[in-house]
Design a protein around this ligand. Structure first.
Ligand code: FMN
Length: 159
C-alpha cells in the first residue's frame, strides 16, 4: 500500500488504542502487540489510560481468571463514563471457549459498539495444573499470533 493510501486508510479508521492487562505470563500482551502493530495503535495498561475521547476504536484484552477477564480490566471498564466508540475484546485462556460475553455486555452498557471478539489459548499455570508444569506450554504460538493478525486485518478492512 502506498503512503497516501495508507494515510487515507488511517484517517478513515480514526485513532485506535489497545488496553491490555497481562499479568500471568505476558500471554495476552503478545497478542495485543500484534494487534497494535496492525492497527498502528499503542498498547497500554488500564492504569495508563486517562480518557478515551480521542479514540474511535478500542481493544480490551486480558487473560481469563476464574472464568472472568482480569479484575484490573473489569474495574477500569466499570469506572468509565458513557462512550461512543467501536470496541473489540480479546483474551488468552488455558481452557477453550472462554466466556467473553460478560465483558461485551459491560462495554455495551457503557455505550460501546462491540463488533469483534478474539481468543486463543495461553500457557496456564493455574494451581491445579502446576504439578504437571502447567498446560498449553508455548501458547500463544506462531499460529495463534497469525490468527490474531488475520483477525485484526479483517477488523481494520471493515473500518
Ligand atoms: C489464578 C489463575 C486462574 C485462572 N483461571 C482460568 C480460567 O478460569 N479459565 C481459563 O481458561 N484459564 C484460566 N487461567 C489461565 C490464564 O487465563 C492464562 O494463563 C492466560 O493466558 C494468562 O494471560 P496473561 O499471561 O496475559 O495474564 C487461570 C490462570 C491463573 C493463574
Amino acid at each position: 500500500m502506498g503512503r497516501t493510501q495508507q494515510r487515507r486508510r488511517e484517517y478513515m479508521m480514526g485513532k485506535a488504542l489497545i488496553i491490555c492487562a497481562s499479568v500471568s505470563h505476558g500471554n495476552t500482551r503478545r497478542v495485543a502487540e500484534v494487534m497494535g502493530e496492525v492497527l498502528g495503535a499503542p498498547v497500554m495498561e488500564p492504569e495508563e489510560v486517562h480518557g478515551l475521547a480521542d479514540y474511535d476504536l478500542v481493544g480490551f484484552g486480558s487473560g481469563i481468571f476464574l472464568q472472568k477477564f482480569h479484575p484490573r480490566l473489569r474495574e477500569f471498564v466499570s469506572s468509565l463514563p458513557r462512550q461512543q466508540a467501536r470496541a473489540f475484546v480479546f483474551a488468552t485462556s488455558g481452557l477453550p471457549a472462554p466466556r467473553l460475553g460478560p465483558m461485551v455486555r459491560l462495554l455495551e452498557d457503557k455505550g460501546f459498539e462491540v463488533t469483534d471478539r478474539f481468543s486463543c489459548r495461553g500457557f496456564d499455570t493455574w494451581a491445579p495444573f502446576k504439578p504437571v508444569g502447567g498446560i498449553r506450554k508455548g501458547r500463544p504460538d506462531d499460529t495463534d499470533l497469525a490468527a490474531a493478525r488475520a483477525f485484526t486485518e479483517k477488523l481494520k478492512r471493515r473500518a
